[in-house]
Design a protein around this ligand. Structure first.
Ligand SMILES: N[C@@H](CCC(=O)N[C@@H](CS)C(=O)NCC(=O)O)C(=O)O
Length: 214
C-alpha cells in the first residue's frame, strides 16, 4: 500500500494520526502542495480532484477522501476500533466526524484560502483556478468561532466528541482545532481561551502519542 501525502497539510494529518493509532506504516509519496505538484498531469492521474491524501492499495485501486481511506483501513485492521461498534455508536461517530468536516473545517479554509497569497487564484482545492473573495475571510473567521463555541458546549461534561472514548471524530476535531491554533494570530482567532471544555479535551487528546505523528 502507498499513501500520497503532504506532511504539512491538515487532511493528510488526519491519516497520520489514524495510522499511528492503528500502529500501521506504509510507503508515502510526498506531493508538495507549495510547489503545486498536486496539479501536475502525473498526479491528476492519481486523483483528478488534485487533493491529498490518496491511498493506493496493493492491487492498484486508489481511494481518496480521508473518511473512505480510514474506513478501508479499519475494515482491514479492526483493532483498535476507531469508528465505533454497533449501529448506534457508529452513527454517532460518523455524525460527529461529518459535523467537524462540514461545519468546522470549511470556515477555517474559507478564511485562510481567501487571504493567503499562496492561494491566489486557488481559493478552493482542485483543478479549477477560483479567485479569492476577500469578503469571505471575515465570514470564515466567524464560522470558525461559532464552531469552536459549539464544540466547547458539546464537550462540556464529556471526555470525547462522539463516544465515551477516542474515535476518528476526535482525530478530525483535533486537526481542525490545531489548524485554528496555527491561524490564531494572523486571523485574531481565539481557540482554547475561554473554552474550558475544549481546552480540557485538547489536553486529554494530547496525551496520545498519535497526536505527534507526522
Ligand atoms: N475531502 C478531502 C479533502 C482533501 C483536501 O482538501 N486536501 C487538501 C490538503 S489539506 C489538498 O489536497 N489541497 C490541495 C490544494 O489546495 O490544491 C478529504 O477528506 O480527504
Amino acid at each position: 500500500m502507498k499513501l500520497y501525502d503532504y506532511a504539512h497539510a491538515p487532511n493528510p494529518r488526519r491519516l497520520h494520526i489514524f495510522l499511528a493509532e492503528k500502529g500501521l506504516e506504509m510507503e508515502r509519496v510526498q506531493i508538495d502542495l507549495t510547489k503545486k505538484e498536486q496539479l501536475s498531469p502525473e498526479y491528476r492521474e492519481v486523483n483528478p480532484l488534485c487533493q491529498v491524501p490518496v491511498l493506493e492499495t496493493d492491487d492498484g485501486a486508489r481511494i481518496s477522501e480521508c473518511l473512505a481511506i480510514c474506513r478501508y483501513l479499519e475494515d482491514l485492521h479492526p483493532e483498535p476500533n476507531l469508528f465505533g461498534s454497533g449501529p448506534d455508536d457508529r452513527a454517532q461517530v460518523l455524525m460527529w466526524n461529518h459535523i467537524v468536516e462540514q461545519e468546522g473545517m470549511p470556515g477555517l479554509a474559507e478564511a485562510l484560502r481567501n487571504r493567503i497569497n499562496n492561494f491566489r487564484d486557488h481559493a478552493l482545492p482542485g483543478p479549477v483556478p477560483y479567485a479569492q473573495i476577500p469578503e469571505l475571510v471575515e465570514r470564515g473567521r466567524k464560522r470558525a468561532g461559532h464552531f469552536l463555541d459549539f464544540m466547547d458546549r458539546r464537550l462540556t461534561g464529556r471526555g470525547y466528541l462522539a463516544l465515551d472514548r477516542f474515535t476518528i471524530a476526535d482525530i478530525t476535531l483535533r486537526v481542525a482545532v490545531d489548524m485554528a491554533a496555527r491561524m490564531a494570530n494572523k486571523f485574531e482567532l481565539r481557540v482554547l481561551d475561554e473554552r474550558p471544555a475544549l481546552a480540557a479535551w485538547h489536553a486529554r487528546v494530547s496525551e496520545r502519542p498519535s497526536t505527534q505523528a507526522t
